[in-house]
Design a protein around this ligand. Structure first.
Ligand code: SF4
Ligand code: SF4
Length: 724
């Protein structure tokens, strides 16, 4: 699929009003509902246990498979291990044919979708009836699931009424309770007629040979009990060792998936049971209980790869979808979602279904890290997507235009010269009016027009910070030490006033600030586009330039840069000298608010003039570095500042570095929502600690003519309130 096709699919999803309404309603209510059901529970401890039991199962999978098979077989089950989806399908079809099956009733099984069960059975003349309400709706519509636990979330009750009317050939009211009754009426006789039931598992317990399904609809239990044959299909990733292990999964899965304490039905199947075949004579026959375990090379490959083996710890709770800003906008189909969607779906699709699709959809991840904070299996979903991006870039090469841009940024002399030229050349594009003292670019020409979709852009400063710093009088009597500033591209060449405020604040705290001039771009743009070579080149340049051993601390006022500086060491594990230098640089590097807080903050000699501030958390600072209290404390210790929290203060603003350029159609609505939340607070000032977020939010406010709301870096507020 080309990027153009992906963009068309994104556009279609974003134009789909019922989908947008459903996603908005669910994802807006979800965080609060989820928080409520976790009251009294220690989520971190629970997911740590989930990770532990699932990791154990992964590391002992062969033992567990044997143990499961032995126990299940002893209880009358027939276990078949399939090494390809085709092998699994052939076995299932053989079973059906041998038993003269004409109708199959199915409850949700993602593994069966991997083997295209329904289509294959239909082709063989056997009807496979989906009985899960959402799957049933999709089946009538000829559609595929758009969410892992709510497969028909993209249909409104009106849509469903239309679909049901065409299916039953009777009028259907768009009333959910009536639609559920219709579904039950249609489905009930099929449970009696079907000769075979097919289920998917939420867990399989080796110790007892038990398979377990959690559902909210009675269909799951009827599939397992009504037909004379029951077939379970699931992958090896569903295993746990002991029955006691599942208590953690069962506490997390419903809370994370649908914000429920527990699902309505929890069904445990341990082997075959007898079924009554003739009630009058009380005749019983053993029920055929079959289990197909998908043990494919792709699954084994995931389990053995240290970069991705934690995928095995996924419990398919779908929380990562529910909080994902990208999923919230486009829903599951854009992810190629016939089976797996969202962040985890990106990984699973890449490894289990379609490398090409995976390669395209990994692009729509913003790397905001929100999925990681809620993941029930404690996976680093965002980190694995980044590794996948890097893998694709290494295997297939980067888009030539992206590569050219990254090569240019990585050449310090060339890049800095270009920025200086841009500072002069941009005059013709900048609009006449100033926004908060700064000219803005409101429209870019031709193919650059996407850059100003939903936001204005700042101009390059007339003089870079590196030229301005020597003129700043650093009057610090008895300095406590020396700090090196890592300005990064935005502070050096665009937001010179923020870098100046950082210097002044650290001077107030008793430190002299210097700027090592050989520093360049932190390398994050290359890292986040999978360009390992240029990322490493930037790291090498900055490790040498920053000369960390001569400073007490390194400060950056851009969390993305700080994060990059702190992580450089990981690139030099095979180079002891560089590793040592990178480790020292990382250990001394702090983001501005964190460092100032560690240094004891500033004296409260602020002007006391009321300033209503709302704070936007950057993804990198909050989720990757855990800094969200320090900056609020610094602001609150500044007389006059009153903080009013906005709704979803830590939700991504849609900047995501190059993301806002690559996917302006997705970045713009994310920004729109952020602006709405800001406006609702009535604040005069939005405080941020990230110049990227500042660029995005300020540009969004400017584009909407909301220039009465200022956007400032925390350093600027702290200094301005004390300089007046
Ligand atoms: S990092 Fe953000 S955008 Fe990417 S999958 Fe996770 S939540 Fe979604
Ligand atoms: S990756 Fe985590 S949050 Fe997403 S479905 Fe798996 S366990 Fe749930």
């Amino acid at each position: 699929m080309s990027n153009e096709l992906l963009k068309q699919e994104i556009e279609r999803a974003m134009d789909n009003a019922p989908l947008q309404r459903a996603l908005k309603n669910f994802t807006t209510a979800y965080p609060g509902n989820r928080a409520n059901v976790y009251k009294g529970y220690d989520f971190e401890a629970l997911r740590e246990k989930v990770h532990e039991v699932k990791s154990y199962a992964r590391d002992h999978i062969d033992e567990l498979l044997d143990e499961f098979e032995k126990n299940a077989t002893a209880n009358g089950a027939h276990v078949f291990r399939a090494h390809t989806p085709q092998e699994a399908f052939d076995y299932a079809l053989k079973l059906a044919k041998e038993n003269n099956v004409k109708l199959v009733v199915k409850s949700k099984s993602m593994a069966s979708e991997e083997m295209h069960f329904n289509q294959g059975f239909e082709a063989a003349g056997i009807h496979a009836q989906e009985t899960d309400l959402g799957e049933f709706i999709n089946a009538i519509a000829g559609d595929s699931p758009s969410h892992m636990v709510m497969p028909a979330i993209h249909y409104s009750k009106e849509d469903v009424a239309g679909l049901f009317s065409s299916y039953t050939k009777a009028p259907e009211a768009p009333i959910i309770t009536e639609e559920v009754k219709t579904s039950r009426r249609v489905m009930r006789p099929k449970f009696f007629q079907a000769e075979m039931g097919v289920s998917g598992a939420n867990a399989a317990v080796a110790e007892t040979g038990t398979v377990i399904t959690m559902t909210n609809e009675g269909n799951g239990r009827m599939v397992g009990t009504m037909p004379n044959m029951h077939l379970y299909i699931f992958g090896i990733e569903k295993f746990v060792a002991k029955m006691s292990d599942i208590r953690y999964i069962f506490k997390v899965l419903p809370r994370n998936g649908t914000a429920q304490n527990i699902t309505t039905y929890l069904s445990f199947y341990t082997g075959a049971t007898n079924v009554v075949t003739d009630p009058e004579n009380d005749t019983k026959e053993p029920k055929q209980f079959n289990i197909i375990i998908l043990d494919t090379p792709e699954r084994r490959q995931i389990m053995q790869d240290p970069d991705y083996q934690d995928i095995f710890c996924c419990i398919r709770c779908a929380a990562c979808l529910n909080v994902c800003p990208a999923f919230r906008l486009v829903g599951g189909h854009v992810y190629g979602g016939s089976i797996y969607t969202g962040g985890i779906g990106t990984l699973l699709t890449s490894f289990l279904n379609s490398r090409e699709r995976g390669k395209d959809i990994q692009n729509i991840c913003l790397q905001c890290g929100t999925c990681n904070t809620v993941c029930g299996g404690k996976l680093d979903v965002a980190g694995m997507i980044l590794k996948l991006r890097t893998k694709y870039a290494q295997e297939d090469g980067l888009n030539p235009i992206h590569k050219f841009c990254l090569d240019t940024v990585s050449d310090r002399h060339l890049f800095h010269s270009m920025l200086r030229i841009a500072s002069v050349a941009q005059g013709t594009l900048a609009q006449g009016t100033l926004t908060q003292g700064q000219p803005m670019l409101r429209h870019m020409p031709m193919f650059l027009s996407g850059l100003t979709a939903g936001r204005s852009l700042p101009t390059v400063a007339p003089q870079p910070f590196r030229d301005v710093l020597p003129a700043i009088k650093q009057d610090v009597p008895n300095p406590k030490g020396k700090i090196a500033i890592f300005a990064g591209c935005l502070l050096d060449f665009v937001y010179v006033d923020i870098a100046t405020a950082v210097v002044k604040a650290l001077n107030m705290a008793g430190y002299i600030v210097e700027m090592p001039l050989d520093q360049s771009c932190c390398g994050a743009p290359a890292t986040y586009m999978g360009d390992v070579e240029n990322a490493k080149k930037a790291a090498e340049m900055n490790i040498n330039a920053m000369d960390a051993e001569h400073y007490d601390f390194i400060v950056s006022a851009c969390p993305t840069c700080t994060h990059a500086l702190r992580d450089y060491k990981d690139m030099f594990k095979d180079d002891p000298d560089m590793y040592k230098k990178a480790t020292e640089l990382g250990a001394k590097s702090y983001d501005f608010s964190k460092l100032l807080s560690m240094l004891g903050g500033l004296p409260d000699n602020a002007d006391g003039v009321p300033m209503k501030v709302t704070y936007h958390d950057s993804c990198h600072l909050k989720r990757y570095m855990g800094v969200f209290e320090e900056q609020r404390e610094l602001l609150e210790q500044t007389s006059g500042v009153e903080i009013t929290e906005m709704n979803n203060c830590d939700k991504c603003c849609g900047f995501g570095g190059s993301y806002s350029v690559k996917f302006p159609e997705m970045s713009a609505p994310i920004l729109e929502e952020k602006i709405d939340n800001i406006v609702a607070t009535g604040a005069d000032v939005v405080a941020v600690d990230c110049p990227g977020c500042l660029l995005q939010i300020k540009g969004g406010l400017d584009a909407r003519g909301l220039n009465n709301i200022q956007v400032k870096h925390t350093a600027q507020i702290l200094v301005e309130k004390r300089e007046k």
